[in-house]
Ligand binder design. Structure first.
Ligand code: AMP
Length: 145
């Protein structure tokens, strides 16, 4: 299964993003309201400046306390964002997430972000794929194929 297939099953609305100059408190509110674990950082409609995950916020809260909620998103975000393509497989994306120790990846096509996949999306797709392979093998063994 490809990233393209995952995106086609998701309700792709607009990409949820925040600007580098917004506060961490605004980002936390957005993550909470949208029930997501990471947000893309960029100026309206522009290319990606970074990604801010709930982990970045919790880590800084633990390190410096609640004052960090007034910091700018640009101070906590990760700038070197790894992205995937529509033609990447679920296995490739899982490997990239495992190697990089992150759970979110923007999908970029022709330099533009067109979606975001999370580890939850990828694992769900992989389970479906494995289930299908198992069912096909069982059918073959039973002589039905
Ligand atoms: P996550 O597991 O996605 O919540 O993020 C864990 C850490 O990796 C945080 O510091 C994020 O800012 C960072 N991160 C999340 N997604 C990406 C990505 N696609 N590329 C690079 N870093 C990321």
């Amino acid at each position: 299964m490809l990233v393209r297939d995952i995106l086609s099953t998701k309700q792709i609305g607009k990409i949820i993003s925040i600007t580098p100059g917004d506060t961490v408190a605004t980002a936390a509110k957005l993550l909470s309201e949208m029930r997501i674990g990471a947000v893309i950082v960029r100026e309206a409609g522009n290319e990606i400046d970074g990604i801010l995950s709930e982990r970045d916020i919790v880590r800084e809260l633990g390190r410096s306390g609640a004052g960090c909620l007034e910091d700018k998103v640009s101070e906590l975000m990760t700038s070197n964002v790894k992205s995937c393509k529509l033609t990447d497989t679920t296995e490739q994306v899982m490997q990239m997430m495992t190697d990089g120790r992150f759970r979110h990846m923007p999908v970029v096509e022709d330099g533009k972000i067109i979606g975001v996949v999370s580890i939850g999306d990828v694992v769900a797709a992989r389970i479906k794929e494995v289930q299908f392979e198992n069912d096909s093998m069982a059918e073959m063994l039973a002589g039905n194929i």
